[in-house]
Write a protein that binds this ligand. Structure first.
Ligand SMILES: [Zn+2]
Length: 462
C-alpha cells in the first residue's frame, strides 16, 4: 500500500500512524511503511474544522480594503496605501475607506497619484458621499458623457472626486471580486477544511467566482453555498448547494404566509431552510412557521442570538439545528450588555443549555462580522467573557473540547456528531503540534501544524 503516512500522531487519544490514500484515511495502525512520510511528533490529528456560517466574498473584500478610519496624520495615509500596493501587480485596484479631510486635507487625483502612481486607487470618504480616484483609476471609469457626480475643474479636467456617484462608479468599475487566495490560506492555517457560505445574496455570478476559486485552489476548503434564490450546483462539485437562506429583518418581518411560501420553495427544490434569527421576534416568527410547515433534517436557525427559555423545547421538538457564533460573546458582548434589555442577557448566544436540552448545535464565525478564528471562538465559549472581561450568561459556558466538536460536524449536519479520523473517512484533517489535551488547555490557532483537504496538504506551518 502507498500514500502519505502521518507518522506518530495522536488519534482519538492513542499514538498511531495514519495512511492517507485516494483522498481518504486508508489505515490507522502502527509501524506503517511505504510512502512519503510526515512526522507528527505526537501531535493530535483531528478532523478539519468546518466554519458552518461565513461570508467568504465579504470577508475577502474586507481583508482586501485599506481601512483608514483610525488614521491621524497625513504621513500615515501614504504608508497605509504603500503597504497595500506592495503585494499587488501594477494596475491592480486598491480600495480604501474611512477617509476624512482632517487626516490630510481634501484629496484629489494629483494627491493620490503622488501616493499611488502605478495602481488604480480609490479612496472613500467616511460619510460615504465621496470617492476620490487617482489618474489611473479615473482613466478606467471616465467617459465624455459622465454624470455631474464626476467633478471637473474650470478647465474641464476631472479632479478625481466623484460625489454621490456610487451607482455610476460601481457600474463603470464592474464587479471585481476580491482575491480569495489570502483568505483560503488564512482559513487553512487555522485548520479549517470546510466552509458554508451563508450569504443570502449569492447568485450565479457570485457562485461562479467561488467555484473558480475552489477549482484553482485559491479556496482549498470544501464549500457549501446557501442562497435566497435558485442556485445550481456545478457538475464538478466545486461547491455543494446548501440550504435556502431566509434573511429576516426585525423591523420589517414578513407575515407567516410569506414565510411558509419561502419554506415551500425550499421544499420544492429539495433544499433545507436556514433562517436568520438574531432577535427574539425573528425566532418567534421562525418557530411559528416551522410549526405549521414542519421541519426537516438540515433545517437550521442561524445565530440564535436571543433564545428565550420557552423556545428551547420548541427547537428540540421541531428538530431544528442552531448554528451559533460563540465568538460574538467576546467580540460584541460589551455592546450587547449596553444595548440589550437586561432580562435578555441570559438568552444571548446560548450554548450549554441548548446542548443539555438536546438541541443540535453547530458553531461558526459569521466572518466578516466576527473573527474567522475558530480557536478564538473556543476560548470565548469556555469563558463567556466580553472583550472588556465582563461575563455574559456564564452558565452557558462549555468546555473547549465540547466547543471544538461544534466545529467538527458534517457540513450537511452541523449539529450532528463530530466527524472522526477513522478508515474510510475523508482525509480532511488538521494536525496539531501538540496533543489535543494541551491544545484545548490553551486554544490557539498557532497549534495548527498541517491542514489537509482530500489528503492534499493545503497548509504546513514553517
Ligand atoms: Zn451571516
Amino acid at each position: 500500500m502507498t500514500g502519505l503516512i502521518l507518522r506518530d500522531v495522536e488519534v482519538e487519544g492513542r499514538r498511531a500512524d495514519v495512511r492517507i490514500a485516494d483522498g481518504l484515511v486508508a489505515e490507522v495502525g502502527s509501524g506503517l511503511t511505504g510512502g512519503p512520510e510526515l512526522d507528527g511528533r505526537g501531535g493530535a490529528l483531528i478532523p478539519g474544522l468546518i466554519d458552518h456560517h461565513i461570508h467568504l466574498l465579504a470577508t475577502a473584500a474586507l481583508a482586501d480594503s485599506v481601512v483608514l478610519d483610525d488614521l491621524r496624520a497625513a504621513g500615515g495615509l501614504a504608508a497605509r496605501i504603500a503597504a497595500a500596493t506592495q503585494g499587488r501587480p501594477p494596475g491592480a485596484w486598491v480600495r480604501a475607506t474611512g477617509y476624512h479631510e482632517r487626516m490630510a486635507g481634501l484629496l484629489d487625483r494629483d494627491a493620490l497619484d503622488a501616493i499611488a502612481p502605478v495602481h488604480r486607487l480609490r479612496v472613500q470618504h467616511q460619510t460615504g458621499s465621496l470617492w476620490v480616484l487617482n489618474s489611473l483609476a479615473l482613466s478606467e471609469v471616465e467617459t465624455a458623457d459622465a454624470p455631474e457626480a464626476l467633478e471637473r475643474d474650470a478647465a474641464g479636467r476631472a479632479t478625481g472626486r466623484i460625489w454621490r456617484g456610487d451607482a455610476w462608479l460601481s457600474a463603470r468599475i464592474g464587479r471585481t471580486p476580491p482575491p480569495l487566495a489570502p483568505l483560503g490560506a488564512r482559513l487553512a492555517a487555522m485548520g479549517i477544511t470546510g466552509c458554508t457560505d451563508a450569504s443570502a445574496s449569492t447568485d450565479a455570478q457570485a457562485a461562479a467566482i467561488l467555484a473558480e476559486a475552489a477549482r484553482d485552489g485559491h479556496l482549498p476548503q470544501r464549500l457549501v453555498l446557501m442562497s435566497a434564490g435558485p442556485l445550481a450546483g456545478p457538475p464538478d462539485e466545486a461547491f455543494a448547494v446548501g440550504p435556502l437562506k431566509i434573511l429576516l429583518d426585525d423591523h420589517d418581518l414578513p407575515d407567516l404566509d410569506d414565510m411558509l411560501a419561502r419554506i415551500g420553495t425550499a421544499r420544492a427544490t429539495r433544499r433545507p431552510v436556514a433562517v436568520h434569527c438574531v432577535t427574539a421576534g425573528e425566532l418567534a416568527l421562525t418557530l411559528a412557521a416551522f410549526d405549521v410547515a414542519g421541519a426537516r433534517p438540515g433545517d437550521r436557525v442561524e445565530h440564535g442570538g436571543v433564545i428565550a427559555p420557552d423556545a428551547i423545547p420548541v427547537l428540540r421538538r421541531l428538530g431544528l439545528t442552531v448554528v451559533t457564533q460563540p465568538g460574538f460573546v467576546f467580540e460584541r458582548g460589551d455592546r450587547y450588555l449596553a444595548e440589550m434589555p437586561e432580562n435578555e442577557h441570559a438568552d444571548l448566544y446560548r450554548c450549554a443549555s441548548l446542548l443539555a436540552a438536546g438541541v443540535p448545535t453547530g458553531a461558526s464565525s459569521d466572518a466578516p462580522y466576527g473573527s474567522p478564528d475558530p480557536w478564538a471562538a473556543l476560548r470565548a465559549a469556555a469563558t463567556r467573557r466580553t472583550r472588556e472581561g465582563r461575563p455574559i450568561a456564564p452558565e452557558e459556558r462549555v468546555a473547549p473540547a465540547v466547543a471544538l466538536d461544534l466545529f467538527l460536524g458534517d457540513p450537511a449536519n452541523p449539529g450532528g456528531p463530530p466527524r472522526r479520523v477513522t478508515p474510510g473517512a475523508r482525509a480532511d484533517l488538521c494536525l496539531l503540534r501538540v496533543p489535543l489535551r494541551d491544545a484545548l488547555a490553551a486554544p490557539d490557532a498557532g497549534h495548527v501544524a498541517v491542514t489537509l483537504v482530500a489528503g492534499r496538504i493545503v497548509h504546513q506551518a514553517g
